[in-house]
Design a protein around this ligand. Structure first.
Ligand code: SAH
Length: 507
């Protein structure tokens, strides 16, 4: 069997947008992914569905694999002929033991490549507004390990010989030893006034920065409850950060929000929240897959031009409808002269992607309002209406249209199923850390959250999230289930939901 290949890939400091193009390509085609605790769950969304995922831990206090075991896994998988992506936080050759892994591969005669990543000190620097070098004040740059063992400082580091003037010292793995490090630097001749900044969870939406100087930072960090992972930056530029802290100025920066989504789908809501600086955990509670029964499609499409209305009740319906449509037809004009209704703006936006204009959108984005708006057009008597739906769609719409004497056909184009969250990295992150808020955009989202509750139990120290609803229908479902509704959007739309979140959680 031909031997496989191992890519030692830097994942960057955490923010998924900071992955290199090369890293993204390799992840998208990986057969095996071996990753660390610090690697962001978003990476698993771009993995091929059949990729084997092996988490090798590396978190204080949690079960994790020993370095030798990790190396054995890499060798074993490569010997099976696999394309292995070994994804490591930051840069693989920066305090990441990437050198040892590369050596083990070289010794075993296995082909490997090393793909650099943005190291966390650089991420911390950029996202906190602390230049690592600066003309006249910071001319020497040092990356140094502070060692996580609180009992001792790393004996291989010559703390007393670090450059004391015009320098920036970036300490990795130093949180547990911060007071020792600060006093050691002062004993070695650093001025007590030297500015220090500690950047926790650098580049992530929940990044936090605390600032002080060598004499105060240890106390400051204590009251700030600074935790790993963090980078400690010592040097004059650390005092510049308040002016240059572009990231912390974003309204939702520092907030962690959970968005329930369907597997494999990029969420529009997530990117809206991320743009405002939030850290978003996308919980893939359900998977939505196209599910068009061939005979039904044949029946519907053979007389598509005879319908008066096509009604879409979700963006997914639009997507899978047109996917099926273009399998049968090549030209959008095959739709004929029918009119189109959408339950809300997001659905209409999806329709627009096919260069089709929506004729009717109700004021409120729910099935009742959609039915009422359609009835109000006075066009339903004996009209043929096609309702595009998933397997869980509510019957309210159909009933009301039939009451108005329309001839209604229901066209099911997708189905919704539960995903397995037990090993899912996003679910893990939620269980460990919790969140400030959890956003529900549909009743089915609420129900799948409850269905999956056993995989979403929060750890003792995790932050308990507020519950946020997109509108009255979703809120009603939440209340029925016994879940509080801490916040509701004014209008049932994503824009309005985000506005409500900014108002409540924003700076
Ligand atoms: N290879 C990694 C470093 C691994 S050592 C890199 O190039 O960044 C682990 C240390 O990296 C942590 O103790 C912490 O000091 C730092 N670190 C990793 N991710 C971080 C993040 N998002 N924010 C701040 N520090 C981080």
């Amino acid at each position: 069997m031909p031997k496989g290949i191992v890519y030692l890939v830097g994942a960057g400091p955490g923010n998924p947008e900071l992955l290199t193009v090369r890293a993204k390509r390799l992840i998208e085609t990986a057969e095996v992914l071996v990753y660390d605790y610090l690697v962001h769950p978003a990476f698993t969304h771009i993995l091929p569905a059949d990729c084997e995922q092996i988490c090798v831990g590396k978190r204080k206090g949690f079960h994790s694999k020993k370095q030798e075991e990790i190396q054995e896994i890499l060798l074993a998988k490569a010997n099976e002929g696999k394309r292995v992506v070994r994804l490591k936080g930051g840069d693989p050759f920066m305090f990441g033991r990437g050198g040892e892994e590369a050596q083990a591969l070289a010794d075993a005669g296995i082909e490997f490549e090393v793909i650099p990543g943005i190291t966390s000190a650089m991420g911390a620097s950029a996202f906190s507004g602390i230049p690592l070098t600066h003309r006249n004040t910071n001319a020497t740059l040092v990356f140094v390990t502070g060692h996580e063992d609180p009992e001792k400082l790393d004996t291989t580091v010559e703390w007393e010989n670090l450059p004391k003037e015009n320098s920036t010292i970036c300490v990795y793995m130093g949180v547990g030893n911060l007071d020792r490090i600060a006093s050691r630097l002062v004993e070695s001749g650093f001025s007590e006034e030297t500015p220090v900044a500690c950047v926790e969870w650098a580049t992530m939406g929940h990044q936090r920065v605390c600032r002080g100087n060598l004499s105060t930072i240890s106390e400051v960090a204590k009251s700030f409850k600074l935790k790993a992972p963090a980078i400690i930056i010592v040097g004059e530029t650390a005092a510049m950060s308040e002016d240059l802290s572009w990231f912390e100025k974003k309204p939702l920066q520092g907030r962690k929000l959970v968005v329930t989504r369907s597997q494999g789908q990029a969420s529009e809501l997530s990117s809206m929240l991320e743009k405002l600086g939030a850290e978003v955990i996308g919980l893939p509670l359900i998977s939505i897959t196209g599910n068009v029964e061939p005979q039904t499609a044949e029946d519907v499409f053979s007389e598509i031009a005879s319908y008066d209305w096509v009604v879409f009740s979700s963006p997914n319906g639009v997507r899978y409808f047109f996917e099926a449509f273009f399998k049968k037809f090549e030209d959008i004009r095959s739709l004929g002269f029918l009119r189109i209704a959408a339950v809300g703006k997001s659905t209409a936006k999806e329709i627009k992607k096919y260069y089709v204009t929506t004729d009717l959108i109700p004021e409120q984005a729910n099935a009742e309002s959609l039915a009422e708006a359609l009835v109000a057009t006075d066009s339903l008597d004996s009209a043929k209406v096609l309702v595009v739906a998933g397997n869980l769609g509510r019957d309210v719409l159909l009933d009301k249209l039939e009451e108005a004497r329309a001839i209604v056909d229901r066209f099911e184009v997708y189905k919704t199923e539960q995903t397995d969250l037990s090993e899912n990295p996003a679910a893990k992150m939620f269980r460990d850390q919790g969140a400030d808020g959890i956003l529900f955009t549909s009743s089915s989202g609420v129900r799948s959250f409850i269905d999956q509750a056993k995989h979403l139990q929060l750890a003792g120290e995790a932050v308990r999230p507020k519950t946020i609803s997109i509108g009255p229908i979703t809120s009603a479902t939440m209340q029925q289930i016994g879940m509080p509704v801490d916040l509701e959007a004014k209008e049932a739309s994503l824009d309005s939901l985000v506005e409500a979140v900014v108002k409540r959680f924003g700076k």
